[in-house]
Design a protein around this ligand. Structure first.
Ligand code: DGL
Length: 262
């Protein structure tokens, strides 16, 4: 039966585990597959064409395993390839985008941190022009190097703080009131970001994505009945071991720090 199948997630590496962990907590009757394209991370410094090809490959792998829905747990892959995936596959495809709308609703000065490709893409430009009315209310910060560091297992400490200080160098951080975490990897470094930007509110798209997943599955009668034992999570990585070991470790961290309600 279609609704008994697992829900599939993919990302360039570990970032999407933050979305998976939230989904696993909030949809406990479901089972999950996760593919981290660790052999090809990061996506954010590649061309749109490369990310489209890699996303197709990742989605094909998960669809062939038998999934009832696909979550593109990566802002970069969503911006480059979600249209293509929806054309190619008949299962529901749920994407994500930087949470700029709720951030602007807070008022004040918003900083959007994301990968270079996400911020360059037409999809983000459209989102930006829909919600940002004045140029001085939003600052955009591409963060090359950050995903690479997180993929090497560094989610705290001096190397991370040095890279963030370099990325923040041109910004007047004192005027920032809200930060949009526009890349799923950045949730792993939220504690360090909070320490470096005290008093700032952090917003991400994970809960919105899991809510959308639940809505889509419910509308298609694809949710497993509540109370069914679920919670099986199978992880795959294109880079094999040791990247799979890192995914397991980071999944545990993401699951323990999970928050929100559906
Ligand atoms: N986690 C990803 C995102 O949400 C992509 C990171 C990357 O590979 O550059 O954008």
């Amino acid at each position: 039966m279609e609704r008994e199948k697992p829900i599939a997630f993919f990302d360039s590496g570990a970032g999407g585990l933050t979305v998976l962990a939230l989904a696993a907590r909030l949809l406990p009757a479901e089972n999950f597959l996760y593919f981290g394209d660790t052999a090809n991370a990061p996506y954010g410094s590649k061309s749109k064409e490369e990310v489209r090809a890699l996303s197709m490959q990742a989605a094909k792998f998960l669809v062939e395993k038998g999934s009832k829905a696909l979550v593109v747990a990566c802002n970069t892959a969503t911006s480059a390839a979600v249209d293509l995936l929806r054309q190619e596959f008949s299962l529901p495809v749920i994407g994500m985008e930087p949470a700029i709308k709720p951030a602007l609703a807070e008022g004040g000065k918003v900083l959007v941190m994301a990968t270079p490709l996400t911020l360059r893409e037409e999809k983000f430009r459209r989102l930006y022009h829909r919600y940002a009315t004045g140029t001085d209310e939003v600052a955009l910060l591409p963060c090359p190097g950050l995903v690479e560091l997180i993929e090497s297992g560094i989610i705290a400490g001096p190397a991370l703080e040095n890279l963030l200080s370099t990325l923040f160098r041109e910004l007047n951080t004192a005027e920032i009131t809200t930060v949009v975490l526009g890349c799923t990897h950045y949730l792993f470094i939220k504690n360090t970001l909070q320490k470096m930007l005290p008093g700032v509110k952090f917003i991400d798209g994970n809960l919105g994505t899991v809510r959308q997943l639940k809505r889509v599955l419910a509308a298609k009668n694809l949710l497993r009945p509540a109370g069914n034992p679920g919670g099986q999570v199978e992880l795959f990585a294109s880079g094999g071991e040791p990247s799979l070991t890192l995914l397991r470790k980071l999944y545990k961290i993401a699951f323990e720090q999970g928050e929100g309600e559906v």
